[in-house]
Design a protein. Structure first.
Length: 353
């Protein structure tokens, strides 16, 4: 008769091991709760880290070319960026004001044209009977004031966040070793070297992703501006700039960049709007099938499905800032999962991002 192997008794955790486990569980729970409450602050800090990576690259180029100290090289870079931004605003602001005024003047004419086109189709009179009149859609003076106040508040918040990102990023780029040593003091001695290595890999992946993203933004902005100029669309350079900047936000950004271009084109004619829509679709197809594959040969690659999920997830968890920084956050998380879980816990070796 076959004997059954005696079952080993699982020893219950002693008080000496249970208390530290409960302590670390409480620490993790408190840290997660604090991160949830401070999500906006942490996402701004992440944005500042991205800006610091860009500044560090430029400062290193100036250092190697001139031999100047890092602080002076960083100051020269910031001054050059400020001059470029000031010139861009000075050149674009008058055209933007004129374009907005012309667009506002054409809105009633555009509404009448759309109504005439709807009336010409079958059952158009039924559709028009259920459409509100333009004067009913336009808000009264009180509504205009309320919307202007809300827009001013949003603009002030955006500018404040940008200033914080620039200021914190400049300090991080100026003394990266100082803040790196401060972070190392918070880590256990046996994990300090490993965490430092993972942070270096994270910085390298984000740097390569930023390089690829900047190239894509420049090419998309230039192609859009040239296409709009060829179509004779007003304010083509500014719309191209918007398209390039919105390329930073995957999937959502190109859609948002299309809206002002269509609005300007509709002020000209519906045919122009269709041409502009076709242009934006063609540019995005070129970006998706030509520019991005070429750029990602040297940049950090992020699968499209992960980028979409990250955009939705961080948008729900954090809000608009989560959508803006979803892709670089996903790049950083992929490095951390690969290093801390796949390599350290599972013992597998994967190709670096």
């Amino acid at each position: 008769m076959r004997r059954l192997a005696p079952q080993r008794e699982v020893a219950a955790p002693s008080a000496g091991t249970l208390v530290p486990r409960l302590w670390w569980l409480a620490v993790v729970a408190i840290a997660a709760l604090a991160a949830w409450q401070l999500a906006d602050v942490l996402i701004l800090l992440f944005g500042a880290c991205l800006f610091a990576i860009l500044l560090s690259q430029g400062a290193e180029v100036i250092e190697r070319g001139t031999g100047l100290p890092r602080g002076i090289a960083l100051a020269i870079e910031l001054l050059a960026l400020l001059v470029i931004l000031t010139l861009a605003v000075w050149l674009a602001a008058p055209s933007l004001t004129e374009q907005l005024a012309a667009l506002a003047a054409k809105l009633p004419q555009l509404a009448d044209r759309v109504r005439a086109q709807i009336e010409a189709v079958p059952f158009g009179h039924i559709i028009l009977a259920n459409l509100p009149k333009l004067e009913d859609v336009l808000p009264n003076a009180e509504g205009v004031f309320g919307r202007l106040t809300g827009a001013a508040s949003i603009t002030l918040t955006v500018l404040t966040n940008l200033l914080l990102i620039v200021a914190i990023g400049a300090y991080l780029a100026g003394q990266p070793r100082l803040y790196g040593r401060g972070l190392a003091l918070l880590l256990p001695p046996d994990r300090e070297q490993r965490v430092a290595e993972v942070m270096r890999q994270t910085g390298s992946a984000l740097r390569r992703w930023l390089h690829g993203q900047l190239v894509a933004m420049i090419l998309v902005g230039a192609a859009t501006a040239l296409g709009l100029l060829a179509l004779g669309v007003p304010f083509a350079l500014a719309l191209g700039l918007i398209a390039g900047l919105m390329e930073f936000i995957p999937f959502v950004g190109p859609l948002l960049a299309t809206l002002p271009a269509l609005l300007v084109a509709l002020a000209e004619s519906p045919a122009t709007a269709l041409k502009v829509l076709a242009l934006y679709v063609i540019v995005q197809q070129i970006e998706g099938y030509l520019i991005t594959p070429l750029v990602q040969r040297q940049a950090a690659h992020l699968p499209p499905a992960i980028a979409i999920v990250a955009t939705v997830a961080f948008g729900v968890l954090i809000g608009p800032l989560g959508v803006v920084f979803a892709t670089p956050l996903a790049v950083a998380l992929m490095v951390w999962i690969r290093c801390f879980y796949v390599e350290d816990v599972l013992g597998r070796t994967l190709k670096k991002l």
